[in-house]
Ligand binder design. Structure first.
Ligand code: THU
Length: 142
């Protein structure tokens, strides 16, 4: 699979995950897909709660799924999709908490994943280290 094909597949996986979003309060469906060095893909979607502040973001859910299955590294690429009809269709970027959560898994494996911030017509391609410079992570505790 070429890099563009891989990126397209991850975006499709994120969009598919967003179909299962539980977001009755914000009505803002987010999908995420994590691509690993071994070719595996783990998806997530946002899960909200009647206690609004307890919402779980799509990226955090995906990282939790992967880590609960024992994954501790190899994170190479992340796709994040939002709803086409919100935010003027601009590329969605991970919230600050999700940047930190993604950084944990990335730093564990010594990678700096490419983050695909997917919008209606544009995809912004940015490294996690650019979204979260000077990150605090597991290495900081050594
Ligand atoms: N959300 C995500 O899933 N990921 C982000 O990076 C930003 C925000 C979710 C949380 C909430 O369910 C909805 O989008 C609106 O904030």
């Amino acid at each position: 699979m070429t890099d563009p094909q891989r990126e397209d597949a991850l975006i499709a996986a994120a969009r598919d995950a967003a179909l299962r979003s539980y977001s009755p309060y914000s009505e803002y469906s987010v999908g995420s897909a994590l691509g690993f060095a071994d070719g595996s893909v783990v998806t997530g979607t946002n899960i909200e709660n009647a206690s609004y502040g307890l919402a779980l973001c799509a990226e955090t859910v995906a990282v939790a799924k992967a880590m609960a299955d024992g994954v501790r590294g190899g994170l190479e690429i992340v796709a994040v999709t939002g709803p086409a009809d919100k935010g003027g269709g601009a590329p969605i970027t991970p919230c600050g908490r999700c940047r930190q959560v993604l950084n944990e898994l990335a730093q564990l494996g010594g990678t700096d994943p490419l983050v695909l911030c997917v919008g209606d017509t544009e995809t912004r391609r940015v490294r996690l280290s650019a979204l979260l410079p000077h990150a605090f992570g597991p290495a900081s505790l050594d």
